[in-house]
Write a protein that binds this ligand. Structure first.
Ligand code: FAD
Ligand code: SF4
Ligand code: SF4
Length: 462
């Protein structure tokens, strides 16, 4: 029985240093710390933690291997269920998933399952020189996966392991979805995403980039081309705006554009890369989820002097991961709670200069269970800004539903599926953010896993 009630702390870059660079903030456990953290695990019968993992990682089993010092075996144990372990170890909202179910959490802190997962994945990538030859029978049947985010990559990996010939079609020039274009380098280094994608390629998955399904090819053309089942995992990449006056001024971005320019187009390495991004001295980020925290911390690293997160609810309701909020606070991001912009005001040249805001107070709980923000009449005030980043959510791109007969979506544009991920069109499955709306990496991966099982069943029955 362990008497250590707190997780072993994660070594991190000093906040004063890290706001000057894009290198990873969390540095990862060394071997000694990983074994010490693994020793906190009680190896509970029935593994309650495992029930909180949407892809079913055998948590006590991999932690036991770390305890025993067999780090490579621990990494391989995770990979039996999880095709992207180094990603999940870094960005999974563990506090709401596996770690929420950990029995140690009742009296102290849960086991640092995500930190251990990251350790085992990184150790395996650095030291496992035995190529994993999976004995699989190739069925010859072709499956198309549309979108290379966590949902698409998970389904592709599992289907390849089952022996299918899988081709992933990705609209952008780099695979990974949000992992590549959205989550910044300082949280999820891009060579780690590439490493996970390379692992899937080693399983036989083919990835075709610069392919916009609905434009380059339609779903019907993919069927004509011999694909026997299709998994649509196109995410929720269409940014929402507030529809307030002044949103078209220069210096106003969607978080999606701002982060894509920085991560995918490497604006932070201008002029080495020829795609700069404009950043002012006073930046306001509207919203309080992970996307808002990433935008605020990116703006600081790009040289903004003052970055303020503006949120219409209070700190308690912030949807971002706790760790991201803590990191943003440590780095000097300021917060303006119970406030929302009503108008953006520009100068003669058309650049945003001021933001008129209104105060809110919290009323009764709404459909989401959170207390509804109610505007306080007459409480308007102005905030000086020269960059505004809208991070209030994203929705699905309608391209595929508009170009595919019989593929039904709901009022929000999310594709309708049954519990197996089957859409209203035979042979077409869907999962991840395109079905649920913007959610999390691990939920998208869980949907990808379910889709692989359903597609296998569908093709066997066919
Ligand atoms: P995506 O990751 O969005 O991938 C969809 C892919 O499909 C994209 O690559 C897109 O280019 C491609 N595509 C779209 N249309 C087409 C088409 N017509 N043809 C071909 N390809 C197409 N979740 C967490 O759990 N933890 C976090 O810390 C976290 N941070 C986040 C930070 C940001 C900035 C953002 C935006 C999201 C964050 N999320 C986080 C949410 C998480 O990333 C998403 O829920 C997850 O990526 C959804 O996976 P997906 O596979 O459904 O879609
Ligand atoms: Fe926990 Fe995510 Fe790993 Fe599952 S994949 S064990 S939820 S960190
Ligand atoms: Fe270990 Fe916590 Fe899972 Fe128990 S619930 S096996 S202590 S990780």
């Amino acid at each position: 029985m362990s008497f250590i009630t707190a997780k072993h702390p994660m070594p991190e870059q000093d906040p004063r240093e890290r706001i000057k660079n894009f290198k990873e903030v969390a540095l990862g456990y060394d071997q000694e710390t990983a074994v010490a953290e693994a020793n906190r695990c009680l190896q509970c019968k029935g593994a309650p933690c495992q029930k909180g993992c949407p892809v079913g990682v055998e948590i006590p089993a991999f932690i036991k291997l770390i305890k025993e010092g067999d780090f490579i075996a621990a990494g391989n144990k995770i990979k039996e269920r999880n095709n992207l372990p180094a990603v999940c170890g870094r960005v999974c909202p563990q506090e709401n998933q596996c770690e929420k179910q950990c029995v140690l959490g009742k009296k102290g802190e849960p086991v640092g399952i995500g930190r251990l997962e990251r350790f085992a994945a990184d150790y395996g990538a650095a030291f496992d020189r035995t190529a994993q030859h999976l004995s699989r029978q190739v069925t010859g049947k072709k499956v198309a996966v549309i979108g290379s985010g966590p949902a698409g990559l998970t389904a592709a990996g599992d289907l390849a392991k089952l022996g299918y010939r899988v081709t992933v079609f990705e609209a952008l020039h780099v695979p990974g979805g949000v992992l590549a274009y959205g989550i910044p380098e300082f949280r999820l280094p891009k060579d780690i995403v590439k490493r996970e994608v390379d692992y899937l390629k080693s399983l036989g998955v083919e990835i075709k980039t610069n392919m916009i399904i609905g434009k380059t090819f339609t779903i019907d053309e993919l069927f004509t081309d011999g694909f026997q089942a299709i998994f649509v995992a196109t995410g929720a990449g269409l940014p929402y705006f507030m529809n307030i006056p002044g949103e078209n001024l220069n210096g106003v971005f969607s978080a999606n554009e701002f982060l894509t320019r920085t991560n995918l187009m490497k604006a932070y390495r201008f002029p080495e890369y020829h795609t700069p991004v404009h950043i002012g001295a006073k930046v306001a980020v509207i919203g309080a989820g992970n996307v808002a925290m990433d935008s605020a911390r990116t703006a600081l690293r790009l040289g903004a002097q003052k970055v303020t997160v503006v949120y219409r609810r209070s700190e308690k309701e912030m949807p971002a991961r706790l760790e991201e909020i803590k990191h943003a606070q440590e780095e000097g991001v300021e917060f303006l709670f119970l406030t929302s912009p009503v108008k953006l005001i520009g100068d003669k040249e058309g650049w945003v200069k001021n933001m008129q805001c209104i105060r809110y107070e919290l009323g009764e709980p709404d459909a989401s269970g959170r207390r509804k923000p109610v505007a306080v009449p007459g409480s308007e005030f102005n905030v000086e800004v020269d960059t505004v980043i809208m991070a209030i959510g994203q929705g699905p791109n309608p391209l595929i539903t508009q170009t595919t007969d019989g593929l039904m979506s709901n009022a929000r544009g999310n594709i309708i599926v049954d519990e197996r991920g089957q859409t209203t069109r035979s042979g077409v499955f869907a999962g991840g953010d395109i079905v649920t709306g913007a959610a999390t990496v691990i939920l998208a991966m869980g949907a990808g896993k379910q889709a692989a099982i359903s597609i296998d069943q569908y093709l066997r029955d066919k």
